[in-house]
Write a protein that binds this ligand. Structure first.
Ligand code: TTP
Ligand code: MG
Length: 386
């Protein structure tokens, strides 16, 4: 069935909240900084963007470009409050909502045509946000997540862009490779060495070459370049377990590559677990082989755990005992036996403090910028890597 996926992203989020709470700032260049010690711009209103100011720019540079701007310190608590208000409206509009960061989410509108024209329903949602929250959002509507996210960014602020299946190839062809989720500056430079600068080049490039740059993610990247993205919108259902899995487009037999994926999955699971203040007793690793036969292996701990490192170490010890030679198609990590996390129950106080600090930093960044901001590294041939 053709899917209808919405990506909703608030415009100049922190700055818009400042303009909402301080009407005298409206229509003026507002620069939000000061949430971190780095002295950089968190975000700025579109009035300031016209003068060249943008996120992550050092504040001193912003002041040069925009000396008359209104400079304010960030108020994270207030932004989280507004974020919750927005997410509640989303959940009211669709039963399938996946929050990506503080100001954006995917909503699955597939099947909503029974309630009316999907495009009109999406426009109603956009209006509802403006009316009830007082700030604007941009919306992308497309057959999958990747295209929906691309669409929401195409006509900001207060944009509404629909991407239809037909015409996707023409739309993607001239875009820079950077428009593909997961391609940063480094990958861009590497691709340039192969003469690959636009999405149309990636769409046609041999997988072997792409693997040199993207490793295990190569086929996913090529699919995206062709506008293909089967990822479902995944709402949180934490009644019994929290899991994440990934399907590869080819089979993997080497432990090192799979271990790297396991680390990423453990981080995603841990983030969800902690976001709800939960801990777990059991980790399950799922492997599906090339012949679609699948196995699960679980390991339990005497103490409750919640940190990424704990989840990963248990998952990794399980993976080591799984036969990978047949070729792995899918890898998954799930935690179960959930309970409310109680730090007084942790065994090693100092170790817990250390892990807590590290995980809280990662969580704060993920909340703020979305999950893709952080990738933990695996140190090869060393089990004590954290
Ligand atoms: P974004 O959605 O990336 O940016 P935005 O909402 O300010 O602007 P727009 O979507 O219209 O382009 O990020 C959401 C919030 O996250 C943003 O308001 C502030 C914060 N943020 C930072 O603190 N630093 C950053 O470098 C970025 C990109 C965002
Ligand atoms: Mg935004």
């Amino acid at each position: 069935m053709k899917r209808q996926i919405l990506h909703v992203d608030m415009d100049a989020f922190f700055a818009s909240v400042e303009q909402l709470d301080n009407p005298e700032y409206r229509g003026l260049p507002v620069i939000v900084g000061g949430t971190s010690a780095r002295g950089v711009v968190s975000t700025c209103s579109y009035e300031a963007r016209k003068l060249g100011v943008h996120s992550a720019m050092p504040l001193f540079q912003a002041r040069k470009l925009c000396p008359k701007g209104i400079y304010v310190n960030g108020r994270m608590e207030r932004y989280l409050e507004v974020s919750e208000q927005i997410m509640n409206i989303f959940k009211d509009s669709s039963p399938v909502v996946e929050q990506l960061s503080i100001d954006e989410a995917f909503l699955d509108f597939t099947g909503m045509d029974k309630l009316g024209n999907v495009e009109e329903l999406a426009r109603k949602l956009q209006k509802r946000i403006t009316d009830e929250v007082g700030i604007t959002a941009s919306i992308g509507l497309a057959p999958n997540k990747y295209l929906a996210k691309l669409a929401s960014d195409m006509d900001k602020p207060h944009g509404f862009v629909v991407i239809k299946e037909e015409g996707v190839a023409e739309l993607l062809a001239p875009l820079s490779v950077r428009k593909i989720f997961g391609i940063g500056k480094k990958a861009e430079e590497k691709l340039q060495e192969f003469g690959i600068t636009k999405i149309e080049h990636i769409a046609k490039t041999d997988l072997k070459i792409l693997e040199k740059v993207f490793g295990i993610n190569a086929s996913m990247i090529r699919d995206l370049a062709n506008g293909i993205d089967h990822r479902p919108v995944e709402p949180e259902d934490t009644t019994k377990s929290i899991g994440k899995e990934v399907t590869f487009s080819r089979d993997y037999t080497d432990y090192e590559s799979l271990r790297e994926v396991l680390l990423e999955l453990s981080g995603q699971v841990g983030f969800r677990l902690r976001r709800q203040g939960l801990a777990s007793d059991t980790v399950t690793v799922k492997v599906k082989y090339a012949d679609f036969k699948s196995i699960t292996r679980s390991v339990s701990s005497h103490s409750h755990f919640t940190w990424d490192e704990e989840i990963f170490n248990m998952a990794d010890s399980t993976l080591k005992n799984i036969n990978l030679k047949e070729g792995v198609r899918l890898l998954g990590v799930t935690v179960s036996n959930l309970s409310v996390f109680d730090e007084t129950e942790t065994l090693d106080f100092l170790e817990n403090q250390k892990l807590r600090e590290r995980n809280k930093t990662v969580d704060a960044l993920k909340m703020k910028f979305g999950e893709k901001i952080i990738k933990r590294g695996v140190t090869k041939n060393n089990d004590k890597k954290f």
